[in-house]
Design a protein around this ligand. Structure first.
Ligand code: TYD
Length: 387
């Protein structure tokens, strides 16, 4: 396949088999009509962007059934409060400035800007309506060039644009980047957070690959993408969230200079060489074997903790159903009483976790381990990591 950014022929390094839509938790009546696609991951040797192959249409994913609510993690609520303080305290936004969040989910981040001129853009009605109920102004549309023009017409350009864990989701990247250029004031700043590809490779966390994560940025590929779209990568911060993330600060191309440290970061992350991805593929297969062996030894006496999108990739790649994991406990009401995509493991309310007192528990939300271990520290649990 050709790279979606620069049209160069890509190289495949991972095949995770037939996969369902990762956040499409379903009821029994929907089993027969469930949609599957082939999950393959590619590397572009020219602009270095990592991307998955064919994915379902975005309307099939981001709609009234979309089940990921940012506010399910207290740690993330705190993380976004801190980001809001950085924006307020570093003169990025004056009291009468305008801030836009694209992919604003249930308003967890923007609720910190309720006294400001703010706007959330969120195509999934399930989460957009939760944001509106919290007093966060939200437009339920997909962001692109056309949406940007309409926002500028009605509200003017933005001083700050924020995208957290959603830029990699947007398959029509060309129109999205053109939209960001239209929406951003000449001296405005765009802050983008996403999982660090370097950490995905280091941790072997292949479960980060699923239909929503179409793109993965290294610092090198992000810098190249900015260059191609007449934007400028100003700075990068490393964050601990989601198993290691990057926060990119960008502006229009004619603002500021490129900082020297970005060149050093690119050299250190070492993600321009295909060999590194081939080695990752080998480790993924080893991880699958090790995980299955562990579950076999426990003879099906195991449950799951958190019905994450990541768990969909693991369960379907390893072909794990109720024979090995009897149920998954989760705090999200919209997922409870349903079945996991593809392998159809029942998802039950977290409330029963305390009464059931399971011993062997697979931590699918390993990225929230600190928060969860703290919450469950009084229980005698044999935690098992899927990666
Ligand atoms: P996350 O890793 O952000 O999910 P994803 O892989 O889908 O991006 O975790 C969010 C999910 O984990 C959500 O379904 C709620 C669940 N969860 C719990 O059930 N308990 C918890 O303590 C936490 C932090 C998350």
């Amino acid at each position: 396949m050709n790279c979606r950014i620069c049209n160069t022929t890509t190289k495949k390094f991972l095949d995770l088999g037939k996969q369902p839509i990762a956040n499409n938790f379903l009821i029994e009546d929907q089993f027969d009509s469930e949609y599957f696609y082939k999950l393959e991951v590619f590397f572009c040797p020219e602009c270095y962007t990592v991307q998955i192959g064919n994915v379902p249409d975005k309307e099939q994913i981001f709609n009234e059934n979309y089940a990921f609510f940012t506010s399910t993690s207290n740690h993330m609520i705190q993380h976004f409060r801190e980001l809001a303080n950085i924006i307020k305290n570093n003169n990025h936004l004056s009291k009468d400035g305008f801030i836009v969040e694209i992919g604003s989910n249930d308003g967890t981040f923007l609720k910190n800007f309720r006294g400001y001129n703010h706007l959330g853009i969120e195509p999934s009605m399930s989460v957009a309506s939760a944001a509106q109920k919290r007093g966060v102004r939200t437009l339920c549309v997909f962001f692109n060039e056309e949406a940007a023009e309409k926002i500028v017409e009605r509200n003017g350009q933005a001083d700050v644009i924020v995208t957290t864990n959603c830029f990699p989701h947007m398959i029509d990247r060309e129109s999205v980047l053109k939209g960001i250029k239209i929406l951003l004031k000449p001296k405005g700043i765009w802050i983008n957070e996403e999982a660090s590809l370097n950490e995905v490779i280091n941790l072997g966390s292949y479960d980060q690959f699923y239909n929503e994560h179409v793109f993965f940025s290294s610092i090198a590929s992000f810098r190249n993408t900015m260059f191609l779209y007449d934007l400028n990568l100003l700075d990068v911060d490393y964050l601990k969230v989601h198993g290691g993330s990057l926060r990119f600060f960008s502006s229009h191309a004619d603002v500021g200079g490129r900082k020297h440290k970005i060149k050093d970061y690119i050299r250190t992350e070492s993600l321009r060489n295909f060999e590194r991805f081939l080695e990752f593929e080998y480790r993924v297969e080893e991880t699958r074997k090790r995980f299955l062996q562990r579950l076999f030894l426990l003879r099906g006496n195991t449950v799951g903790y958190a019905a994450t999108a990541k768990s969909t990739t693991v369960l379907n790649y390893c072909k794990i159903g109720t024979n090995l994991i009897s149920k998954i406990y989760d705090t999200t009401p919209i997922k409870q009483g349903k079945f996991s995509p593809g392998m159809h493991v029942p998802v039950v309310s977290y409330d029963s976790f305390k009464e059931d007192k399971p011993k062997n528990v697979v931590l699918f939300a390993w990225n929230h381990a600190k928060e969860i271990y703290e919450k469950e520290k009084d229980k005698d649990i044999n935690w098992i990591l899927p990666i």
